[in-house]
Design a protein around this ligand. Structure first.
Ligand code: HEC
Length: 134
């Protein structure tokens, strides 16, 4: 027996789509039940917000452990003019440039070597960390 249940929480409208033994059933929940379901949706949103903070914390550790801090400085503020300051850059900028250094699309001998040792998760976490620096 196959049972798939999907909840769609969108701007106060709650739809449940369930697939049971090939029968698709769409249910719209009544306002009374909705309060409970919206509380559930809200707690899911809080869990994903918590995950973003965890990424930035993991990124801060990786930034130190992978040696980035040696050139780009504590808190992403570089003390050496030839090493760019990273604080102030967006997470998207950091993630794109690290991916490009790793693939070779952006060429720089130091950063190509540094990025080669980063996993996708390292890049995402470090990008979230740099993006969180204000
Ligand atoms: C040995 C010194 C050194 C280390 C270690 C180092 N970097 Fe760099 N980084 C540089 C230099 C120099 C550049 C400028 C390269 C260029 O012109 O493309 C740079 C550029 C960058 C850029 C692009 C910045 C911009 O403004 O375009 C990012 C992002 C970055 N580094 C992140 C990191 C991360 C993350 C680590 C750790 C995994 C790291 N770097 C380790 C020296 C270093």
């Amino acid at each position: 027996m196959l049972y798939i249940d999907i909840w769609l929480c969108n701007n106060g409208a709650v739809l449940e789509a369930s697939l049971s033994n090939g029968d698709l059933k769409i249910t719209t929940w009544e306002p009374g039940l909705m309060k409970f379901v919206l509380a559930f949706c809200f707690s899911l949103a809080m869990i994903s917000a918590g995950a973003v903070q965890a990424d930035a914390a993991a990124g801060q550790s990786a930034y130190a452990a992978k040696g980035c801090i040696g050139c780009h400085g504590a808190g992403g503020v570089s003390a050496v003019a030839t090493n760019p300051t990273l604080k102030g850059q967006s997470a998207d900028f950091v993630s794109k440039n690290l991916t490009d250094y790793r693939s070779g699309a952006r060429q720089n001998p130091i950063m190509n070597a540094m990025a080669a040792g980063l996993s996708d998760a390292d890049i995402k976490n470090i990008a979230d960390y740099i993006g969180s620096l204000k």
